[in-house]
Design a protein around this ligand. Structure first.
Ligand SMILES: [Zn+2]
Length: 513
């Protein structure tokens, strides 16, 4: 097979610890097929493979492919009519979203992700109307879009079998609504309910259908504690163990969810999962803003992972997760952009910069705050560990999948950058998506000089615009009216919900007094 050398002024192989990355100056990786076969100095590798083709130059930084560890949709909620709201109200406003062609929608955010150096996405696909056959078709459309553009995907459908709108039984909530509104809501919610048996069977079929594609993996997503019945939770534990499949679960995103867990089980959400055998290295907790100190110990001791969704937590008033507490206890933390980042797009470099900045608490001890190498590891290697691809992605080690990006060194260093600045810090602090020139996934260049090699981006976006220029369909109109009518009742439901609950996380400044 032919060898390609991917060359850079700096090739960042992997992060070793908080302060150290393995960097090859005037380096290269040798790619054969879809894997990296060697890494070292460009001169050595060029001597070993004199006939090899070359990608990159001494004006580039070669970065490991980034992993967006938590992602749901293409067009952002804002684009589809929902302003940022507290999470529990925002759920209701999301009903206004139009029906978007899933192929084009998935491509839309894939353009943004790849354009900022993301090579793998953890796609948690939510809210496709049933029956299960329709959900499966929707899943195949999303997966098909990633296959079309050449992006690596860990796909899961987000399972819900109860409490579809607020944190109580649907029938109980509907019964308190005016009759007509209750009927309209019940009808809508019923369309989204699937059983655990249907879900696990579909997951197995999706895995079989995509088995031959090394860039696709299927995993499990019990969406959040309030959405999953005890019976289904048992199913997730058993299926995950039997098939060795990772799980990704939103948990403790808001104080309201912390309260819900106490009402359901008398303790915390993490304790609830522990008691049912769901914590461990196959489980990733998305958000985890409202864990208690004891919960963090549980997470650390069980080897459970966390996915930090910083922008989303800010936008939906969820709070700020205590990344510094997680790091202190050695928890492996990935990061994700959830629906969209702080700039309402999927710019992973911007998200990394936010994570690096957000946790810089006052003080002088450097060990208290995140470092650039640590954030790079969150966005690459740790992200990989939350997917079935595991350690085969996220570093440029020999044997890994050849997933990487070439970032223009000039774009981040011109006209001058002092050599005192370490390379990883330079990338974290100064690299912008526009400087990501070329992206390789599984040994294939999917974006070259910012042009996608397999898909015509402009044509896809024009088609998306044309489809959404059409007037609303009656069903879309119906959902808008429903969202408007239901919102005050959702607000009423949560009035007083937090009474008796600690309203600040344990690490909040005021609780340190
Ligand atoms: Zn999410």
């Amino acid at each position: 097979m032919t060898i390609t050398l991917v060359r850079g002024r700096y090739v960042i192989e992997r992060v070793l610890d908080r302060d150290t990355a393995v960097i090859h100056e005037d380096g290269a990786v040798a790619v054969e097929g879809d894997r990296i076969v060697a890494i070292g100095s460009h001169a050595d590798l060029a001597a070993r493979w004199p006939a090899a083709g070359t990608l990159g130059s001494d004006r580039h930084v070669v970065l490991p492919g980034l992993v967006n560890g938590h992602h749901h949709v293409g067009l952002t909620p804002v684009q589809l009519g929902s302003l940022d709201q507290p999470l529990e109200l925002w759920f209701a406003t999301r009903m206004v979203a139009r029906d978007v062609d899933l192929h084009l929608d998935t491509l839309y955010s894939a353009f943004e992700m790849i354009g900022s150096g993301v090579t793998t996405v953890q796609h948690l696909h939510g809210r496709a109307p049933g029956p299960i056959e329709a959900v499966e078709q929707a899943a195949l459309k999303v997966i098909g879009a990633y296959r079309a553009i050449g992006m690596r995907v860990s796909y899961s459908y987000a399972f819900r079998d109860q409490n579809m709108l607020v944190y109580e039984d649907d029938a109980a909530f509907v019964a308190r609504l005016p009759q007509d509104l209750g009927a309209r809501l019940a009808e809508t919610l019923a369309r989204f309910r699937i059983t655990a048996e249907e879900y696990f069977a579909m997951t197995a079929r999706l895995a079989e259908a995509t088995e031959a594609d090394p860039r696709v993996a299927i995993q499990l997503a019990p969406t959040n504690l309030h959405w999953v019945s005890d019976k289904a939770l048992e199913g997730f534990r058993d299926v995950s163990e039997a098939r060795g499949l990772p799980m990704h679960m939103h948990l403790n995103e808001t104080a309201y969810q912390k309260r819900y867990a106490r009402l359901r089980g008398g303790g915390t959400a993490a304790e609830y999962l522990r008691d049912r055998g769901l914590l461990g290295p196959r489980m990733t907790l998305g958000h985890a803003v409202w864990l208690t100190e004891a919960d963090i110990d549980l997470v650390a001791e069980s080897g459970t992972l966390i996915c930090h969704n910083a922008s989303s937590n800010l936008r939906l008033r969820s709070g700020v997760a205590c990344l510094n507490c997680f790091a202190k206890r050695g928890i492996r933390v990935a990061m994700g952009m959830d629906e969209a980042g702080i700039n309402d797009d999927r710019d992973m470099l911007a998200e990394m910069r936010l994570v690096l900045r957000l946790h810089r608490v006052p003080g002088m001890d450097p060990a208290e705050v995140p470092t650039a190498p640590e954030v790079l590891r969150m966005a690459s290697e740790n992200g990989g560990l939350t997917t079935p691809f595991g350690a085969a992605i996220g570093t440029l080690s020999p044997g890994s999948f050849a997933d990487l990006s070439l970032v223009s060194w000039d774009a981040l260093s011109h006209p001058y950058l002092d050599p005192l600045i370490p390379v990883v810090d330079a990338v974290l602090l100064r690299a912008k998506a526009g400087g990501v020139e070329t992206v390789m996934i599984g040994g294939e260049v999917v974006m070259r000089d910012r042009r996608f090699t397999r898909i015509d981006r402009e044509a896809a976006l024009a088609e998306l615009a044309a489809q959404l220029a059409l007037p609303l369909k009656p069903e879309e109109e119906r959902r808008r009216v429903l969202a408007r009518d239901i919102l005050p009742h959702v607000r009423d439901f949560y009035a007083g919900y937090l009474d008796g609950e600690v309203r600040e996380p344990f690490y909040a400044p005021s609780s340190r007094r």
